[in-house]
Write a protein that binds this ligand. Structure first.
Ligand SMILES: Nc1nc2c(ncn2[C@@H]2O[C@H](COP(=O)(O)OP(=O)(O)OP(=O)(O)O)[C@@H](O)[C@H]2O)c(=O)[nH]1
Ligand SMILES: [Mg+2]
Length: 396
Protein backbone atom coordinates (compact mmCIF):
# COMPACT_ATOMS: atom_id res chain seq x y z
CA UNK A 1 0.00 0.00 0.00
CA UNK A 2 1.28 3.46 -0.85
CA UNK A 3 1.76 5.60 2.15
CA UNK A 4 0.42 9.23 1.96
CA UNK A 5 2.89 11.66 3.41
CA UNK A 6 2.75 15.50 3.60
CA UNK A 7 5.80 17.04 2.04
CA UNK A 8 7.87 18.89 4.58
CA UNK A 9 6.99 22.63 4.87
CA UNK A 10 3.43 22.17 3.38
CA UNK A 11 1.61 21.24 6.68
CA UNK A 12 -0.15 24.64 7.04
CA UNK A 13 -1.43 24.51 3.42
CA UNK A 14 -2.97 21.03 3.82
CA UNK A 15 -4.51 21.97 7.19
CA UNK A 16 -6.34 24.93 5.56
CA UNK A 17 -7.65 22.73 2.72
CA UNK A 18 -8.94 20.22 5.35
CA UNK A 19 -10.80 22.97 7.26
CA UNK A 20 -12.38 24.27 4.02
CA UNK A 21 -13.65 20.80 3.07
CA UNK A 22 -15.16 20.20 6.53
CA UNK A 23 -16.85 23.64 6.46
CA UNK A 24 -18.29 22.98 2.97
CA UNK A 25 -19.71 19.58 4.06
CA UNK A 26 -21.25 21.13 7.20
CA UNK A 27 -22.96 23.88 5.19
CA UNK A 28 -24.30 21.34 2.66
CA UNK A 29 -25.80 19.17 5.44
CA UNK A 30 -27.41 22.17 7.16
CA UNK A 31 -29.11 23.58 4.06
CA UNK A 32 -29.79 20.48 2.03
CA UNK A 33 -30.81 18.36 5.04
CA UNK A 34 -33.31 20.94 6.36
CA UNK A 35 -35.16 21.41 3.08
CA UNK A 36 -35.36 17.73 2.19
CA UNK A 37 -36.87 16.78 5.55
CA UNK A 38 -40.27 18.07 4.41
CA UNK A 39 -39.92 16.76 0.87
CA UNK A 40 -42.11 13.73 1.07
CA UNK A 41 -44.71 12.47 3.43
CA UNK A 42 -45.86 8.94 2.65
CA UNK A 43 -46.55 8.69 -1.05
CA UNK A 44 -47.68 12.30 -1.44
CA UNK A 45 -44.95 14.78 -2.35
CA UNK A 46 -44.85 18.05 -0.53
CA UNK A 47 -42.11 20.61 -0.92
CA UNK A 48 -41.60 23.69 1.12
CA UNK A 49 -41.29 26.93 -0.73
CA UNK A 50 -38.31 28.65 0.87
CA UNK A 51 -38.45 31.52 -1.56
CA UNK A 52 -40.96 33.29 0.67
CA UNK A 53 -39.97 33.96 4.23
CA UNK A 54 -41.73 35.91 6.91
CA UNK A 55 -39.57 38.28 8.95
CA UNK A 56 -39.78 37.86 12.71
CA UNK A 57 -38.24 39.80 15.62
CA UNK A 58 -34.52 40.57 15.59
CA UNK A 59 -34.31 39.79 11.87
CA UNK A 60 -35.14 36.10 12.40
CA UNK A 61 -36.64 34.63 9.26
CA UNK A 62 -39.51 32.17 9.61
CA UNK A 63 -39.90 29.77 6.75
CA UNK A 64 -43.33 29.82 5.17
CA UNK A 65 -44.54 26.41 3.95
CA UNK A 66 -46.64 26.46 0.80
CA UNK A 67 -48.24 23.53 -0.93
CA UNK A 68 -46.81 22.95 -4.38
CA UNK A 69 -48.88 22.94 -7.50
CA UNK A 70 -50.49 19.52 -7.92
CA UNK A 71 -49.19 17.98 -11.11
CA UNK A 72 -50.75 14.51 -10.96
CA UNK A 73 -53.67 13.33 -13.08
CA UNK A 74 -56.93 15.19 -12.53
CA UNK A 75 -60.55 14.84 -13.56
CA UNK A 76 -62.50 17.55 -15.35
CA UNK A 77 -64.15 18.57 -12.12
CA UNK A 78 -65.18 21.66 -10.22
CA UNK A 79 -66.86 22.80 -7.06
CA UNK A 80 -70.10 24.64 -7.67
CA UNK A 81 -71.87 27.03 -5.34
CA UNK A 82 -75.03 29.01 -5.89
CA UNK A 83 -74.97 32.02 -3.61
CA UNK A 84 -76.05 35.58 -2.98
CA UNK A 85 -73.51 38.29 -2.15
CA UNK A 86 -75.03 38.31 1.33
CA UNK A 87 -74.03 34.62 1.75
CA UNK A 88 -70.32 35.52 1.54
CA UNK A 89 -69.33 35.25 5.19
CA UNK A 90 -71.37 32.09 5.75
CA UNK A 91 -69.68 30.68 2.71
CA UNK A 92 -66.09 31.42 3.69
CA UNK A 93 -66.35 28.88 6.51
CA UNK A 94 -67.48 26.23 4.03
CA UNK A 95 -64.72 27.10 1.56
CA UNK A 96 -62.05 27.01 4.24
CA UNK A 97 -63.25 23.61 5.42
CA UNK A 98 -63.21 22.18 1.89
CA UNK A 99 -59.80 23.69 1.12
CA UNK A 100 -58.22 22.56 4.41
CA UNK A 101 -59.62 19.05 4.33
CA UNK A 102 -59.34 18.36 0.62
CA UNK A 103 -58.78 20.92 -2.07
CA UNK A 104 -55.39 22.40 -1.21
CA UNK A 105 -54.01 18.96 -2.13
CA UNK A 106 -55.63 18.81 -5.58
CA UNK A 107 -56.54 22.40 -6.43
CA UNK A 108 -59.78 21.90 -8.30
CA UNK A 109 -61.62 24.92 -9.72
CA UNK A 110 -64.65 26.54 -8.14
CA UNK A 111 -67.63 27.96 -10.03
CA UNK A 112 -69.91 30.47 -8.28
CA UNK A 113 -73.36 31.22 -9.66
CA UNK A 114 -75.76 33.96 -8.66
CA UNK A 115 -79.04 35.43 -9.90
CA UNK A 116 -77.36 38.87 -9.60
CA UNK A 117 -73.80 40.12 -10.32
CA UNK A 118 -71.24 39.08 -7.72
CA UNK A 119 -69.69 41.99 -5.84
CA UNK A 120 -65.94 42.69 -5.96
CA UNK A 121 -65.80 41.87 -2.25
CA UNK A 122 -67.34 38.44 -2.89
CA UNK A 123 -64.88 37.74 -5.70
CA UNK A 124 -61.81 39.00 -3.82
CA UNK A 125 -62.50 37.13 -0.62
CA UNK A 126 -63.42 33.80 -2.23
CA UNK A 127 -60.68 33.77 -4.87
CA UNK A 128 -58.08 34.35 -2.15
CA UNK A 129 -59.24 31.31 -0.22
CA UNK A 130 -59.38 28.89 -3.12
CA UNK A 131 -56.36 27.03 -4.48
CA UNK A 132 -57.89 26.30 -7.92
CA UNK A 133 -59.23 28.74 -10.48
CA UNK A 134 -62.38 30.65 -9.52
CA UNK A 135 -65.16 31.58 -11.94
CA UNK A 136 -68.21 33.77 -11.36
CA UNK A 137 -71.38 33.59 -13.43
CA UNK A 138 -74.81 35.15 -13.53
CA UNK A 139 -77.80 32.90 -14.03
CA UNK A 140 -79.75 33.64 -17.23
CA UNK A 141 -83.12 35.29 -16.58
CA UNK A 142 -85.13 32.40 -18.08
CA UNK A 143 -83.54 30.03 -15.54
CA UNK A 144 -84.60 32.21 -12.60
CA UNK A 145 -88.11 33.42 -13.38
CA UNK A 146 -91.65 32.12 -13.84
CA UNK A 147 -91.93 30.29 -17.17
CA UNK A 148 -94.80 31.60 -19.37
CA UNK A 149 -97.03 28.58 -18.77
CA UNK A 150 -97.29 29.21 -15.02
CA UNK A 151 -100.59 30.66 -13.76
CA UNK A 152 -99.40 33.45 -11.45
CA UNK A 153 -102.65 33.66 -9.47
CA UNK A 154 -102.64 29.95 -8.78
CA UNK A 155 -98.98 30.08 -7.68
CA UNK A 156 -99.63 33.08 -5.39
CA UNK A 157 -102.60 31.28 -3.77
CA UNK A 158 -100.41 28.27 -3.01
CA UNK A 159 -97.82 30.50 -1.36
CA UNK A 160 -100.53 32.04 0.85
CA UNK A 161 -101.82 28.61 1.85
CA UNK A 162 -98.32 27.37 2.65
CA UNK A 163 -97.67 30.45 4.74
CA UNK A 164 -100.83 29.68 6.73
CA UNK A 165 -99.69 26.09 7.19
CA UNK A 166 -96.23 27.34 8.26
CA UNK A 167 -94.46 25.17 5.69
CA UNK A 168 -90.78 26.10 5.69
CA UNK A 169 -89.99 28.43 2.74
CA UNK A 170 -93.60 27.75 1.63
CA UNK A 171 -94.29 31.40 0.87
CA UNK A 172 -90.94 32.13 -0.76
CA UNK A 173 -90.65 32.88 -4.48
CA UNK A 174 -86.83 32.98 -4.50
CA UNK A 175 -86.59 29.59 -2.77
CA UNK A 176 -88.73 28.13 -5.58
CA UNK A 177 -86.48 29.69 -8.24
CA UNK A 178 -83.49 28.26 -6.38
CA UNK A 179 -84.99 24.75 -6.27
CA UNK A 180 -85.95 24.84 -9.94
CA UNK A 181 -82.52 26.16 -10.90
CA UNK A 182 -80.66 23.53 -8.87
CA UNK A 183 -82.95 20.85 -10.27
CA UNK A 184 -82.68 21.59 -13.94
CA UNK A 185 -80.38 24.44 -14.88
CA UNK A 186 -77.14 24.75 -12.92
CA UNK A 187 -75.39 22.14 -15.09
CA UNK A 188 -76.41 24.02 -18.26
CA UNK A 189 -74.56 27.17 -17.25
CA UNK A 190 -71.75 27.79 -19.81
CA UNK A 191 -69.15 27.99 -16.99
CA UNK A 192 -69.79 24.30 -16.33
CA UNK A 193 -69.47 23.21 -19.95
CA UNK A 194 -65.82 22.16 -19.64
CA UNK A 195 -66.43 19.87 -16.65
CA UNK A 196 -67.62 16.28 -16.21
CA UNK A 197 -67.96 16.28 -12.40
CA UNK A 198 -69.05 18.67 -9.68
CA UNK A 199 -69.16 18.90 -5.93
CA UNK A 200 -71.92 21.17 -4.63
CA UNK A 201 -71.04 23.27 -1.60
CA UNK A 202 -73.41 25.45 0.42
CA UNK A 203 -72.84 28.14 3.06
CA UNK A 204 -72.34 27.06 6.68
CA UNK A 205 -71.35 23.47 6.04
CA UNK A 206 -68.51 21.63 7.77
CA UNK A 207 -66.26 18.78 6.71
CA UNK A 208 -65.25 16.79 9.76
CA UNK A 209 -62.53 14.55 8.29
CA UNK A 210 -59.46 14.79 6.07
CA UNK A 211 -59.94 13.58 2.52
CA UNK A 212 -56.58 12.30 1.33
CA UNK A 213 -57.68 10.87 -2.02
CA UNK A 214 -58.96 12.50 -5.18
CA UNK A 215 -62.66 12.13 -4.66
CA UNK A 216 -63.52 12.92 -8.29
CA UNK A 217 -61.10 10.28 -9.51
CA UNK A 218 -62.71 7.89 -7.06
CA UNK A 219 -66.07 8.53 -8.77
CA UNK A 220 -64.64 8.04 -12.25
CA UNK A 221 -62.54 4.98 -11.44
CA UNK A 222 -65.37 3.20 -9.63
CA UNK A 223 -68.12 3.88 -12.16
CA UNK A 224 -70.04 6.15 -9.75
CA UNK A 225 -72.41 8.86 -10.97
CA UNK A 226 -73.99 10.22 -7.79
CA UNK A 227 -72.47 10.53 -4.31
CA UNK A 228 -74.13 11.70 -1.09
CA UNK A 229 -73.41 11.98 2.63
CA UNK A 230 -76.82 12.34 4.31
CA UNK A 231 -80.22 11.01 3.32
CA UNK A 232 -83.49 12.05 4.90
CA UNK A 233 -87.30 11.99 4.61
CA UNK A 234 -88.94 14.90 2.78
CA UNK A 235 -91.85 16.98 4.09
CA UNK A 236 -94.59 15.50 1.92
CA UNK A 237 -96.63 18.73 2.06
CA UNK A 238 -94.03 20.29 -0.25
CA UNK A 239 -94.32 17.58 -2.93
CA UNK A 240 -97.85 16.08 -2.78
CA UNK A 241 -98.02 15.23 -6.51
CA UNK A 242 -94.34 14.71 -7.38
CA UNK A 243 -94.55 10.94 -7.33
CA UNK A 244 -97.76 10.74 -9.40
CA UNK A 245 -96.14 13.06 -11.94
CA UNK A 246 -93.10 10.78 -11.97
CA UNK A 247 -95.29 7.76 -12.58
CA UNK A 248 -96.95 9.55 -15.52
CA UNK A 249 -93.48 10.22 -16.92
CA UNK A 250 -92.45 6.59 -16.54
CA UNK A 251 -95.60 5.46 -18.40
CA UNK A 252 -94.53 7.64 -21.31
CA UNK A 253 -90.85 6.65 -21.04
CA UNK A 254 -90.52 3.16 -19.54
CA UNK A 255 -87.18 2.84 -21.37
CA UNK A 256 -85.53 5.22 -18.87
CA UNK A 257 -86.16 3.02 -15.82
CA UNK A 258 -82.83 1.29 -15.15
CA UNK A 259 -83.02 -2.52 -15.02
CA UNK A 260 -81.00 -2.44 -11.82
CA UNK A 261 -82.52 0.74 -10.40
CA UNK A 262 -82.71 1.67 -6.71
CA UNK A 263 -86.51 1.92 -6.81
CA UNK A 264 -86.63 0.12 -3.46
CA UNK A 265 -84.85 3.09 -1.83
CA UNK A 266 -87.61 5.55 -2.82
CA UNK A 267 -90.64 3.27 -2.73
CA UNK A 268 -91.71 0.60 -0.23
CA UNK A 269 -94.46 -0.80 -2.47
CA UNK A 270 -92.70 -1.40 -5.79
CA UNK A 271 -93.39 2.05 -7.14
CA UNK A 272 -97.01 2.57 -6.09
CA UNK A 273 -96.10 5.39 -3.68
CA UNK A 274 -93.08 7.49 -2.66
CA UNK A 275 -91.65 6.84 0.80
CA UNK A 276 -90.14 10.38 0.85
CA UNK A 277 -86.52 9.17 1.07
CA UNK A 278 -84.01 11.39 -0.67
CA UNK A 279 -80.34 12.30 -0.72
CA UNK A 280 -79.76 15.66 0.93
CA UNK A 281 -78.63 17.76 -2.02
CA UNK A 282 -76.79 20.51 -0.12
CA UNK A 283 -73.92 18.02 -0.62
CA UNK A 284 -73.61 16.33 -3.99
CA UNK A 285 -70.65 14.90 -5.83
CA UNK A 286 -71.97 13.78 -9.15
CA UNK A 287 -71.63 13.44 -12.88
CA UNK A 288 -72.75 16.49 -14.85
CA UNK A 289 -73.26 14.21 -17.82
CA UNK A 290 -75.95 12.30 -15.96
CA UNK A 291 -78.06 15.47 -15.69
CA UNK A 292 -77.19 16.40 -19.28
CA UNK A 293 -78.27 12.97 -20.56
CA UNK A 294 -81.57 12.09 -22.30
CA UNK A 295 -83.36 10.52 -19.31
CA UNK A 296 -82.91 13.43 -16.92
CA UNK A 297 -83.43 16.06 -19.63
CA UNK A 298 -86.80 14.54 -20.52
CA UNK A 299 -87.73 14.05 -16.84
CA UNK A 300 -86.91 17.62 -15.80
CA UNK A 301 -88.79 19.08 -18.79
CA UNK A 302 -91.82 16.98 -17.91
CA UNK A 303 -91.74 18.12 -14.27
CA UNK A 304 -91.17 21.74 -15.23
CA UNK A 305 -94.16 21.77 -17.64
CA UNK A 306 -96.30 20.30 -14.87
CA UNK A 307 -95.60 23.41 -12.77
CA UNK A 308 -95.03 21.72 -9.40
CA UNK A 309 -91.97 23.86 -8.67
CA UNK A 310 -94.45 26.76 -8.29
CA UNK A 311 -97.85 25.14 -7.56
CA UNK A 312 -96.24 23.10 -4.81
CA UNK A 313 -92.70 23.56 -3.54
CA UNK A 314 -90.77 20.75 -5.17
CA UNK A 315 -87.21 20.62 -3.90
CA UNK A 316 -84.14 19.79 -5.97
CA UNK A 317 -83.25 17.10 -3.42
CA UNK A 318 -86.24 14.80 -4.04
CA UNK A 319 -86.16 15.58 -7.77
CA UNK A 320 -82.47 14.66 -8.12
CA UNK A 321 -82.83 11.68 -5.80
CA UNK A 322 -85.82 10.15 -7.56
CA UNK A 323 -84.01 10.54 -10.89
CA UNK A 324 -80.80 8.99 -9.57
CA UNK A 325 -82.70 6.12 -7.96
CA UNK A 326 -84.73 5.35 -11.09
CA UNK A 327 -82.40 6.10 -14.02
CA UNK A 328 -79.04 4.95 -12.63
CA UNK A 329 -77.81 1.46 -11.88
CA UNK A 330 -77.82 1.15 -8.08
CA UNK A 331 -74.07 0.48 -8.21
CA UNK A 332 -73.57 3.96 -9.65
CA UNK A 333 -74.75 5.59 -6.42
CA UNK A 334 -72.29 5.98 -3.55
CA UNK A 335 -72.60 6.85 0.10
CA UNK A 336 -69.57 8.84 1.28
CA UNK A 337 -69.60 7.56 4.84
CA UNK A 338 -65.97 8.50 5.42
CA UNK A 339 -66.05 12.29 5.03
CA UNK A 340 -67.81 13.61 8.10
CA UNK A 341 -70.22 16.37 7.08
CA UNK A 342 -72.50 18.95 8.64
CA UNK A 343 -75.33 21.05 7.26
CA UNK A 344 -77.65 22.32 9.95
CA UNK A 345 -79.05 20.58 11.79
CA UNK A 346 -77.53 17.16 10.98
CA UNK A 347 -74.08 15.60 11.18
CA UNK A 348 -72.58 12.69 9.39
CA UNK A 349 -69.67 11.24 11.38
CA UNK A 350 -68.04 7.85 10.73
CA UNK A 351 -68.77 5.31 13.47
CA UNK A 352 -65.64 3.30 12.67
CA UNK A 353 -63.01 4.48 15.15
CA UNK A 354 -59.97 3.56 13.08
CA UNK A 355 -61.40 5.49 10.12
CA UNK A 356 -62.07 8.50 12.35
CA UNK A 357 -58.54 8.47 13.75
CA UNK A 358 -56.87 7.85 10.42
CA UNK A 359 -58.80 10.70 8.75
CA UNK A 360 -58.40 13.08 11.70
CA UNK A 361 -62.15 13.47 12.07
CA UNK A 362 -63.27 16.18 14.46
CA UNK A 363 -66.79 14.97 15.22
CA UNK A 364 -68.68 12.99 17.82
CA UNK A 365 -69.90 9.69 16.34
CA UNK A 366 -72.87 9.79 18.70
CA UNK A 367 -74.16 12.62 16.49
CA UNK A 368 -74.08 10.57 13.29
CA UNK A 369 -77.53 11.12 11.77
CA UNK A 370 -77.14 8.24 9.28
CA UNK A 371 -78.82 5.70 11.56
CA UNK A 372 -81.50 7.99 12.98
CA UNK A 373 -85.14 7.06 12.30
CA UNK A 374 -85.70 10.33 10.39
CA UNK A 375 -82.78 9.48 8.10
CA UNK A 376 -82.99 6.97 5.24
CA UNK A 377 -79.52 5.60 5.97
CA UNK A 378 -80.69 2.25 7.34
CA UNK A 379 -82.96 1.76 4.33
CA UNK A 380 -80.09 2.62 1.96
CA UNK A 381 -77.80 0.09 3.61
CA UNK A 382 -80.56 -2.57 3.73
CA UNK A 383 -81.76 -2.32 0.13
CA UNK A 384 -78.17 -2.45 -1.11
CA UNK A 385 -77.12 -5.25 1.26
CA UNK A 386 -74.28 -3.13 2.63
CA UNK A 387 -72.59 -3.93 5.92
CA UNK A 388 -73.50 -1.40 8.60
CA UNK A 389 -70.75 -0.23 10.95
CA UNK A 390 -70.44 -1.56 14.50
CA UNK A 391 -72.64 0.31 16.96
CA UNK A 392 -75.24 1.68 14.50
CA UNK A 393 -78.18 0.16 16.40
CA UNK A 394 -77.49 2.39 19.39
CA UNK A 395 -78.19 5.49 17.26
CA UNK A 396 -81.56 4.46 15.79
N1 LIG B 1 -78.08 33.58 -5.76
C1 LIG B 1 -78.98 33.07 -4.91
N2 LIG B 1 -78.68 31.97 -4.23
C2 LIG B 1 -79.59 31.47 -3.38
C3 LIG B 1 -80.86 32.07 -3.18
N3 LIG B 1 -81.54 31.33 -2.27
C4 LIG B 1 -80.73 30.34 -1.91
N4 LIG B 1 -79.54 30.40 -2.56
C5 LIG B 1 -78.40 29.47 -2.47
O1 LIG B 1 -78.93 28.20 -2.77
C6 LIG B 1 -78.42 27.21 -1.91
C7 LIG B 1 -79.56 26.59 -1.12
O2 LIG B 1 -80.21 27.57 -0.34
P1 LIG B 1 -80.42 27.38 1.23
O3 LIG B 1 -81.05 28.63 1.73
O4 LIG B 1 -79.18 26.91 1.86
O5 LIG B 1 -81.51 26.24 1.21
P2 LIG B 1 -81.66 25.01 2.20
O6 LIG B 1 -80.35 24.31 2.37
O7 LIG B 1 -82.82 24.22 1.73
O8 LIG B 1 -82.09 25.73 3.52
P3 LIG B 1 -81.25 26.00 4.86
O9 LIG B 1 -81.68 24.92 5.76
O10 LIG B 1 -81.73 27.37 5.25
O11 LIG B 1 -79.79 25.97 4.52
C8 LIG B 1 -77.39 27.90 -1.04
O12 LIG B 1 -76.13 27.71 -1.64
C9 LIG B 1 -77.81 29.36 -1.08
O13 LIG B 1 -76.69 30.19 -0.93
C10 LIG B 1 -81.16 33.26 -3.94
O14 LIG B 1 -82.21 33.84 -3.86
N5 LIG B 1 -80.18 33.70 -4.78
MG1 LIG C 1 -78.57 25.19 2.95
Amino acid sequence: MTKFSIPPGREQFYKRIGICIIAAITLFVIFHGASSSSDSIGSTRFTSDVSVSVKGKNGYKYRRIDYPKYTGPKEKATFVTLARNSDLYSLVESIKAVEDRFNHKFQYDWVFLNDAEFSDEFKNVTSNLISGKTKYGVVPHEHWSFPPWIDQDKAAKVRDEMREKKIIYGDSISYRHMCRFESGFFYRHPLLDEYDWYWRVEPDIKLHCDIDYDIFKFMADNGKKYGFTISIHEYMDTIPTLWDTTKEFLKLHPEFLNKNSMLDFVSDDEGESYNSCHFWSNFEIASLNFWRGPAYTAYFDFLDKNGGFFYERWGDAPVHSIAAALFLDRNEIHHFGDLGYFHAPFHQCPLDESLRLQNKCACDPKHDFTWNAFSCGVKYYNVNHLKKPKGWEALV
